[in-house]
Write a protein that binds this ligand. Structure first.
Ligand SMILES: NC(=O)c1ccc[n+]([C@@H]2O[C@H](COP(=O)([O-])OP(=O)(O)OC[C@H]3O[C@@H](n4cnc5c(N)ncnc54)[C@H](OP(=O)(O)O)[C@@H]3O)[C@@H](O)[C@H]2O)c1
Length: 231
């Protein structure tokens, strides 16, 4: 019997795409929700969604889901004085409100599948204060709180976890890694002397979504080259 699909919101690019691709390689059925359908991972179904607009089209979601990963997010680094209220609201909408609404849309569908799980993304900058990160840290701090609250509320039916990456080589981080000098300096800041890759994130994400992580819930796990714990 065909098992229920995984819904990867933001699975067209970056870390979400890596997650979708790994699940497809394992023979799992995958729905990618994002704003555009260009260059989808081969074999994925597409669901047109703007998470800061209408949100997920509930009538197009299947009745059962094996897992949901919410990947859209921002890295808007600026000094406090130049952050306007609308900038902060935009960060909260994309990172937190979108995640919250995705959880609401998927809960009943996930509950119908034993062992199902949700996965969110935070940032290393929540656990370790970093200059110019006030907007993203405030938003992702809320995502970490949401993760723990939902893990409590939805246990034992649905496991809920979160990955807190450090700088990872995706289009989102393009500006921060945009020249050889910047990329080298970013690598040097990490104890493991490189920035993260999509594969670093996707391997833990797929583990957390799947049955091998069946006794893990309410966790925020750093995938950060040692950045959050080592000097
Ligand atoms: N990359 C890093 O250095 C880094 C560091 C710390 C934390 N993170 C977090 O890790 C997560 C994944 O990051 P990433 O680097 O993979 O991001 P990314 O490369 O920008 O990919 C984001 C994905 O989300 C989709 N998306 C963006 N806005 C959307 C919207 N309004 N509605 C629907 N889909 C939307 C995009 O597809 P479309 O454009 O087709 O909609 C894309 O597939 C994010 O939460 C990010 O904050 C990343």
């Amino acid at each position: 019997m065909e098992s229920a699909p995984y819904l990867i919101i933001g699975g067209r690019k970056g870390i979400g795409r890596g997650i979708a691709q790994r699940l497809l390689d394992q023979g799992r059925s995958v729905i990618v929700a994002s704003r555009t359908a260009q260059e989808l991972p081969e074999g994925a179904l597409f669901l047109a969604t703007d998470v800061v607009g209408e949100g997920l089209p509930l009538d197009q979601l299947p009745n059962e889901l094996s897992g949901m990963a919410y990947c859209p997010g921002s890295i808007d680094l600026r000094p406090l004085r130049s952050i306007k209220p609308e900038d902060l609201r935009a960060a909260l909408e994309l990172n937190v409100v979108g995640a919250f609404r995705a959880a609401q849309a998927c809960t009943d569908r996930l509950k119908r599948v034993p062992g199902s799980s949700m996965l969110f993304f935070s940032t290393v900058a929540v656990g370790q204060g970093m200059a110019f990160h006030s907007s993203v840290s405030a938003a992702k701090g809320a995502v970490e709180g949401l993760t723990r609250a939902l893990a409590a509320e939805l246990a034992p039916s649905i496991r809920v976890n979160c990955i807190a990456p450090s700088l990872t080589d995706t289009t989102l981080a393009e500006k921060l890694l945009g020249s050889p000098e910047r990329a080298k300096a970013a690598a040097e800041r990490h104890p493991l002397k490189r920035v993260g890759s999509v594969e670093d994130m996707a391997s833990l994400a797929v583990f957390l979504l799947g049955p091998e992580a069946g006794w893990i819930t309410g966790q925020v796990i750093g995938v950060d080259g040692g950045m959050s714990r080592l000097r």
